[in-house]
Design a protein around this ligand. Structure first.
Ligand code: GAR
Length: 194
């Protein structure tokens, strides 16, 4: 997690209900002083911070982050709002069980500015995508998508805020199903159930 942590917050709320069937075992971030860490601490979920700047290079950061996450033995790793590319070690260690969300309908508008790029292109429908992370940028196999119409007069902020409403619901529903039902990954096809 890198920022506001509203996707994390949606997961924390869902996990507060035992019927949801999943638990957040830890929350990690690449910086301190962010809302997401406070939200996790409020829920008494263990937190940790691993900053790139505290390591000699990106490979060392990758190794440290991988070890930190592995120590909590997660079944699923959710890069909710994590704005950095995970390193090769991390991707290998958690291959096929790391998911992320993107505020656009993949494969359209990958990268850091999904809502801005969708507006600039003039699309009438955009949305959010939950995907299994691979080595590309927002390019992994798609778990779920939600469509969000672009409204007349939308700016980047208003569009992103509306996308986030659908994104949170999609994330909570899909992560719950992945944990409760399991899932299979076959090339680019992701299916719930085993
Ligand atoms: C989310 O909309 C997420 O999809 C997006 O940043 C926001 C983080 O919000 N991620 C990307 O654009 C990555 N390509 P949050 O910190 O409130 O969860």
């Amino acid at each position: 997690m890198s920022g506001a942590g509203t996707n994390l917050q949606a997961l924390l709320v869902a996990c507060g209900d035992p019927a949801y069937g999943a638990q957040v075992v830890a929350v990690g971030a690449d910086r301190d002083g962010i809302d997401g860490l406070r939200r996790a601490a409020d829920e008494r979920v263990p937190t940790f911070i691993e900053r790139v700047a505290d390591h000699p290079d990106r490979d060392a950061w990758d190794a440290a982050l991988t070890d930190k996450v592995a120590a909590y033995a997660p079944d699923l790793v959710v890069l909710a709002g994590f704005m950095k590319l995970a390193g090769p070690l991390f991707l290998r260690r958690f291959a096929g069980r790391t998911v992320n969300t993107h505020p656009a309908l993949s494969p359209s508008f990958p990268g850091m500015h999904g809502p801005r790029d969708a507006l600039a292109y003039g699309v009438k429908i955009t949305g959010a995508t939950l995907f299994v992370v691979d080595e590309g940028v927002d390019s992994g196999p798609i778990v779920a998508q939600v469509a969000v119409p672009v409204a007349a007069g939308d700016d980047e902020h208003s569009l992103h805020e509306r996308i986030k409403v659908g994104e949170h619901q999609m994330l909570v529903e899909s992560v719950g199903r992945m944990v409760r039902e399991g899932f299979t990954l076959d090339d680019r096809s992701v299916r719930f159930g085993t």
